[in-house]
Ligand binder design. Structure first.
Ligand SMILES: *[C@@H]1O[C@H](CO)[C@@H](O)[C@H](O)[C@H]1NC(C)=O
Length: 277
C-alpha cells in the first residue's frame, strides 16, 4: 500500500498531491504572475484546438485532467485519469469533455462519455501503459477552434522541440490554472532520463518507478518549468510537424529539475488503431 500511495503522488493528477488543496481561487490571485503551468505562458485563444478539459461536477466544474481529440467520438487521455473518475463499474455521471475554450470553467462545448477503453496492461503501481480512450456519446463538432490531432507513429528521438498545454497547477500544491497555459520543453535521451529520475527523485525524497524509454518519452525544459498536477492526460505535440508524440503521465512534482514523463504514443499504434472509434 505504501508503494501505491507514493506512486499516486507522482502521477500528474489534480488530486494526487498529498498536500491538501488550498483555496484555489484565493491562491490564484496571489501567485507569482510568472509562475505558470509551472513556468509556462498563456496559450493563444484557439491555438490548441485538439485540447480537451476533462471536468466533473454539476454546479462547479472541477478539472480532472486534460485530453486530446482523435476523432469526433474518441478522446485520448491517461489511464490514471480515467481510473480517477471510475467507480462502481462506471464513469462518473458528471464527467464531461470540454472543447473549444481556453478556460475549462467557461465557454466551449461539453460532451458526455458513453464508455472508456483503458489499456489492459495499465499498471497503476508503476504508472505503465498509462493510456486510455474516452468515447463520447455524440459526435464532437469540429470548428476553427475544435480539431483533432494527428498521432506520430515513428519513434521520437531526443532533442525534439515539443509543446504541452494544460490547466494543471502552476506550482506544487498551488492553484489550478483557469486559463490554458503552454510550455515548449525538449525531449531528452531515454537513458539519460532513466538515470536522472533515479537520482534526482530520491534526492528530493521520492522513490519513483523506473522510466521505460520504449514506452515513455521524457522532456525537460529547465528547473522551474514543467508539468504539474492537473496536466495529466494532455497531449505532448512535436512543434515541427504538429503531431502528438506523448500523453502527460507522471513526474517528480513539480518542475524541480527532474524530467517529466509522457506515454510514448508511437508504442501504442496498433492499440490505438484497434480501439479508436
Ligand atoms: C474503464 O476504466 C476502469 C477504471 O480504470 C477499468 O477498470 C475498466 O477496465 C475500463 N474499461 C475498459 C473497457 O477498458
Amino acid at each position: 500500500m505504501a508503494t501505491k500511495a507514493l506512486v499516486v503522488f507522482l502521477a500528474f493528477l489534480v488530486g494526487s498531491l498529498a498536500v491538501p488543496a488550498p483555496d484555489q481561487s484565493v491562491l490564484f490571485e496571489h501567485v507569482d504572475i510568472n509562475a505558470r503551468i509551472v513556468g509556462g505562458s498563456p496559450a493563444a485563444q484557439g491555438s490548441v484546438p485538439y485540447m480537451v478539459a476533462l471536468t466533473q461536477g454539476t454546479v462547479v466544474r472541477s478539472l480532472v485532467c486534460g485530453g486530446s481529440i482523435l476523432t469526433p467520438r474518441t478522446v485520448l487521455t491517461a489511464a490514471h485519469c480515467i481510473a480517477a473518475v471510475f467507480s462502481w463499474g462506471s464513469l462518473s455521471s458528471s464527467l464531461r469533455g470540454v472543447v473549444g475554450t481556453n478556460s475549462f470553467g467557461s465557454g466551449g462545448t461539453q460532451y458526455a462519455f458513453a464508455r472508456n477503453v483503458t489499456h489492459a496492461n495499465y499498471v497503476s503501481q508503476t504508472i505503465k501503459n498509462d493510456i486510455g480512450l474516452l468515447i463520447t456519446t455524440t459526435d464532437i463538432e469540429y470548428s476553427e477552434v475544435v480539431q483533432p490531432i494527428k498521432q506520430a507513429f515513428d519513434f521520437a528521438p531526443a532533442g525534439v522541440v515539443s509543446r504541452a498545454a494544460g490547466w494543471g497547477r502552476i506550482a506544487a500544491g498551488g492553484a489550478i490554472s483557469q486559463n490554458l497555459l503552454e510550455l515548449h520543453p525538449e525531449t531528452i535521451d531515454g537513458d539519460v532520463c532513466v538515470t536522472q529520475v533515479a537520482t534526482i527523485g530520491p534526492s528530493l525524497g521520492f522513490r519513483p518507478p523506473p522510466v521505460e524509454p520504449h514506452i515513455e518519452i521524457c522532456t525537460f525544459h529547465s528547473a522551474g518549468r514543467g508539468m504539474c498536477n492537473g496536466d495529466s492526460g494532455s497531449a505532448l505535440v512535436r512543434v515541427d510537424r504538429g503531431e502528438q508524440i506523448g500523453i502527460v503521465s507522471w513526474g517528480i512534482p513539480c518542475a524541480r529539475g527532474a524530467p517529466d514523463m509522457f506515454v510514448r504514443v508511437s508504442a501504442y499504434e496498433s492499440w490505438l488503431e484497434q480501439n479508436t472509434v
